[in-house]
Design a protein around this ligand. Structure first.
Ligand SMILES: [Zn+2]
Ligand SMILES: [Zn+2]
Length: 337
């Protein structure tokens, strides 16, 4: 049996002088500890989702805290399987692609951080507006009741969309939330800059909300699943099934990727439809899957020539988090005939 592994995440907006050097240093420090995960470093900070053998947790915490004092770890859970398959550390222009010009506003003027208990209390007030800052496919399977849900598939697009919806209500109390809290850090500062007077955010996001709810015996006002960026896809916060199979509309909330790799669309498919469509998202993809491999590859190449994103295609299956990051749910099918 494999060793117990802890899955955790952390982030911090902090000035990093030399992200390339940090990337190399982290890789050499963390590899011996068998850390697996996805880490972004940028001049503006660090954002990490990872797992490691639980026996290395304290050593790892000391290493990280030597660089980023007191940075809080959000520990998701402990289990005997690996939620990530490799250690990927990347230098990025930003740790979260938010599309904002940070020079326009003071990114340190964030909103008020609320605990789970405080968030629940604030939700009871009828004058509050709850804003889900995640993407469409994330809020599809779980959310706070009454939350405004973006239609956008990226955070970059969700922000302006939410602002358009909220314009004119600057005096109301805003409650922002996201998966782990990092998107709210930038968004809350931006909403304040846009004139919202009472901006609040769920500290540590849904991940930490779930932990607090359990520890303190609170009622979970978040219902359904929390979409996460590792192999598990989503973890159940409550047993409610809020979503539907995209093909037959029966209640269903487990995402999968279309089994035609050239498509790889992320969608919801119930077991009946999985059988009927051979795990494909559509009859089109199913027909392609029934063709010989060479012909399938040609169809794939034809799609790429039409400008389809080349990176999705790989002989080995790409990691799911990569596909999710790159391939929005409503992108048109690659081949129409
Ligand atoms: Zn179905
Ligand atoms: Zn498909």
């Amino acid at each position: 049996m494999s060793a117990l592994r802890t899955t955790l995440s952390f982030y911090r907006y902090v000035h990093i002088e030399n992200p390339e050097q940090l990337m190399k240093d982290l890789r050499s420090e963390w590899t011996p500890l068998d850390v697996l995960g996805r880490i972004y470093v940028a001049n503006e900070g660090i954002n990490a989702q990872l797992s490691l053998p639980s026996e290395h947790l304290e050593e790892f915490r000391n290493l990280v805290h030597a660089r980023f004092p007191e940075i809080p770890f959000k520990i998701a859970r402990e289990e005997r399987s690996e939620s990530f398959v490799k250690l990927t550390i990347k230098v990025r222009p930003k740790v979260v692609a938010d599309g904002l010009n940070d020079k326009d506003f003071d990114v340190t003027q964030v909103g008020t951080h609320l605990t789970a208990r405080e968030f629940n209390e604030a939700l009871a007030d009828e004058n509050t507006i709850v804003v889900d800052l995640r993407n469409h496919y994330e809020c599809e399977v779980g959310r706070f009741d009454k939350a405004l849900l973006p239609k956008a598939n990226t955070f970059r697009d969700a922000l302006p969309e939410m602002y358009d919806t909220l314009k004119g209500q600057e005096d109301k109390k805003l409650l922002l939330y996201c998966t782990g809290g990092i998107r709210c850090e930038k968004a809350s500062a931006w909403f304040k800059y846009k004139g919202f007077k009472d901006v609040n955010q769920l500290h540590g996001g849904i991940i930490d909300y779930a932990r607090q709810v359990e520890e303190e015996g609170l009622e979970s006002l978040y219902r359904g699943k929390n979409f996460v960026f590792d192999k598990r896809i989503a973890e159940a916060i409550t047993p409610d099934v809020l979503a539907h199979c995209h093909q037959c509309e029966s209640p269903w909330d487990i995402h999968k990727n279309c089994s035609f790799e050239g498509c790889n669309r992320l969608f919801l498919q119930c077991p009946n439809c999985e059988t009927e469509f051979d795990a494909c998202c559509s009859k089109t993809c199913q027909e392609i899957m029934q063709k010989p491999k060479e012909e399938r590859n040609l169809l794939q190449q034809a799609w790429e020539l039409k400008g389809g994103p080349k990176a999705y295609w790989s002989k080995t299956r790409l990691s799911k988090e990569y596909i999710w990051a790159k391939r929005p749910l409503d992108e048109p099918l690659p081949v129409n005939s």
